[in-house]
Ligand binder design. Sequence first.
Ligand SMILES: NC(=O)c1ccc[n+]([C@@H]2O[C@H](COP(=O)([O-])OP(=O)(O)OC[C@H]3O[C@@H](n4cnc5c(N)ncnc54)[C@H](O)[C@@H]3O)[C@@H](O)[C@H]2O)c1
Length: 449
Amino acid sequence: MSKISRRAFLGNSTRASAASAVLAAAGAATGAFARPAGPSPPASDKVRVALVGSGGQGKSNLGAFLRLPEVECPVIADVDASQLADGLKLAAARGKAPEGVKDFRRILDRKDVDAVIVATPDHWHPLISVLACQAGKDVYVEKPLARTIAEGRAIVSAARRYGRVVQVGQQQRSSRHFQSAVAFVRSGKLGRIRMVRAWAYLDWKGDIGRPPDEAPPSELDYDLWLGPAPERPYNRMRVHHNFRWCWDYSGGLQTDWGAHMIDVVLWAMGEEPTAASSTGGKFGFPNDIRETPDTQQSLIEFPTFALVWEHMIGCGVGPWQREHGCEFHGENGILVVDRGGWEVHSETDQFKQPERVYRMGPVLRQGGGQDFHLDHIRNFVDCLKSRKTPAGDAEIGHRAILPAHLANIAYRLGRKVRWDAKAERILGDDEAQAFLGREYRKPWTLPPG
Ligand SMILES: NC(=O)c1ccc[n+]([C@@H]2O[C@H](COP(=O)([O-])OP(=O)(O)OC[C@H]3O[C@@H](n4cnc5c(N)ncnc54)[C@H](O)[C@@H]3O)[C@@H](O)[C@H]2O)c1
């Protein structure tokens, strides 16, 4: 293991980072984030991007990066030789064949790498992102930014300290129709917004069974796949893709889709959470190996409204007949937005009226037709050259997962948790506070950001 990865663990970074959290909060409120410093390639130059994690989303990201004429991929890292081979094949079909390596640390000191795509399972995002920042690389890291709140803060701190561009894969930030929906919510036309809902209903995921533990396949370095996560026997339904449903590696659908949809809520409403409670269970598939709830409802409190989060795995019809989305319920109207577009429905009024009247005209569905995943990646590459703050900056990624992590802490403890957003601390509950960070399995340690 290299020297850089042996530095001290977080050191309860929630306390250590309180001051930077306050500074960052001030920046977020004014839109005045510090510009990432550090050398950047001239606008005309090639941008050399390494991929770490060549699974479903890694390949999707790499394919999009390679659609940009200035992007080259010199190297791909994956701990599973067969996943690595898939990524190498994809890249070779688009241009020069990259080198393949198992250990991501072999790419960090390469001079021919400007940026790193981190598309591993969530439990690896913080360490790889922080080490990449330390090594002077810009980072495109997938959502949810981190497995815990403290690790998310560590990534933001590393981005700032080393002057790196860090873009989180919350591609809605680069979508014109999400931008216009957010502008409409902020315009005040909906009237006072008192309730917000966000959801994900996934009928394309079902019962994943409970296969027995077994020996890991020879193509996978399972110890390196686990990395900082606790040691456990190998089970194929806990690894590729299904890591999402295990607390050691992720936070279930609450963080998986919550990172996308709750981000839109925070973006439009501009408030910090004050408390969270959550309920649910394995009501759909009680016997499969998933640990995280397949059905969950969370209530996240903000100063002027409450956010209701809901998800169901195995069902596809959520509120407003949408499988995912956000609803902003104002006193004049209701804006509903998802990846296909947005529209506004009018609120009604019978109070003091002889008959029902509509409080505002409807706004017909609009949006769609944009590949905003590609545009999000283009935004990252542009910022890598200009050193401007990207659309899905690390701070945005950190804030987006915060309410989802609070909801999961409340779910796991079976009680409401209260949040001090300035100090980034849970109030009056040491047991809940302990969930903000995590122990790393030796010899892995997360350097302070
Ligand atoms: N932005 C989006 O819309 C979106 C969509 C899907 C997934 N994601 C995110 O992308 C990430 C990956 O999800 P996925 O579904 O592609 O998972 P996956 O399991 O298909 O792929 C992860 C890959 O990372 C590899 N890996 C694990 N540890 C590694 C390490 N230390 N070094 C190198 N490679 C390592 C695995 O072998 C695997 O090939 C998750 O964080 C997920 O939330 C984002």
